[in-house]
Design a protein around this ligand. Structure first.
Ligand code: AHG
Ligand code: MN
Ligand code: MN
Length: 329
């Protein structure tokens, strides 16, 4: 058996990488590998749609009305359709919880895995040609195969994830994922239609000087968050906020930094969703050596009780997040 700890070289294709790493899974039967391939494929399709979005907008009202311009055809909904279709065809996933769907989608098959997904993250940035993403979490189903899906299958804490990742549709498109054995990043080469390993064994710098927060909400942030932001300013840190969680997170994981979305008066539990935004990134950041907290609790230990539950989020470089949450104690 191949030693899965052997580092694979930059330029390895995603398919080859997944195949080589399959031995890392305790119960490897190839289904999780296939699931990751399905997600990667849907990511290619969504990447293509996103690249066309600018052209559709350029032709203005015709694009907006005729080329799938009604609400049901917006890119976030289209992305949802693409991912659900890929996951349905694949057969490895038995249920999906998505930002775009109020209820769980039961795929009524014998798949072993449950997916939580934000099909298009940062969608307010799509019209202005700014990076957006997809975030996904993969869990083993909790109830036995052959029975209907229940909320128990989906409402698992983040620590139960078997894999998680994100796609970033940026100046280049990337897939970053973990199966609990480190984090690896792949860059998509559109002319070849392949993802190639470009960021092996990603780690987040232990400390950093970038803080990412929508300071428009400052006045209604809790005192703890305000005090930490003042500390960032006193320390002459740099503010960087794209408004696409995936893009802000990706920058911070590479360069060091903290992303935070504290509670506000309009979002008393913060804005971001535990199941399909925070948990996946928390798993990734921990695998990369960072920290993710809601201020008081490790994100991965929060027991969810609702599909679309929101939580405050402080995530990024270990020293920065620890400093931020020190204001809560
Ligand atoms: P989504 O587009 O999936 O609804 O997520 C948007 C999220 C996240 O990507 C981003 O960091 C945050 O909302 C931005 O919120 P503000 O506009 O309140 O800063
Ligand atoms: Mn989102
Ligand atoms: Mn979204």
């Amino acid at each position: 058996m191949e030693d899965s700890r052997i580092a694979l070289p930059i330029g390895t294709t995603l398919d080859r990488f997944i195949k080589k790493k399959q031995d890392e899974f305790q119960f490897a039967t190839g289904e999780l590998s296939q699931l990751l391939r399905d997600i990667a494929l849907a990511g290619k399709v969504v990447n293509r749609e996103i690249n066309k979005a600018g052209l559709i907008n350029i032709i203005g009202p015709i694009g907006a009305q005729n080329v799938q311009g009604e609400d049901q055809q917006k890119l976030d909904v289209l992305a949802n359709i693409r991912f659900i279709r890929a996951l349905t065809k694949g057969g490895e996933a038995c249920a999906i919880v998505s930002e775009e769907d109020e209820e769980i989608t039961d795929l009524e098959n014998d798949g072993k895995y449950v997916i939580a997904i934000d099909p298009l993250d940062g969608s307010s940035n799509i019209d202005v040609n700014v990076s957006v993403g997809t975030i996904f979490s993969i869990y083993r189903r909790f109830t036995p195969v052959g029975t209907p899906i229940t909320k128990e299958d989906v409402l698992q804490k983040g620590a139960e994830q078997v894999a998680a990742g994100y796609l970033l549709y940026g100046s280049s498109t990337m897939l970053v994922y973990t199966t609990g054995h480190g984090v690896n990043g792949f860059t998509y080469e559109p002319s070849l239609g392949e993802y190639f390993l470009s960021h092996p064994d990603m780690t987040i710098p232990e400390d950093g000087k970038v803080y990412s927060v929508n300071e428009g909400g400052y006045k209604s942030f809790p005192k703890e968050a305000k005090d930490y932001i003042e500390y960032c300013k006193d320390s002459k840190f740099t503010a960087r906020y794209i408004g696409s969680l995936v893009a802000d997170f990706h920058r911070n994981i590479l360069k060091g930094g903290i992303y935070m979305y504290p509670p506000t008066s309009s979002s008393p539990s913060g804005k971001l969703r535990l199941l399909y935004e925070c948990n996946a990134l928390a798993f990734i950041v921990e695998q990369a050596g960072g920290v993710a907290s809601d201020g008081k609790r490790r994100i991965l230990e929060i027991e969810p009780d609702e599909l679309h539950q929101r939580v405050p989020l402080y995530i990024g470089s270990k020293a920065m997040v620890e400093k931020a949450i020190s204001y809560y104690s």
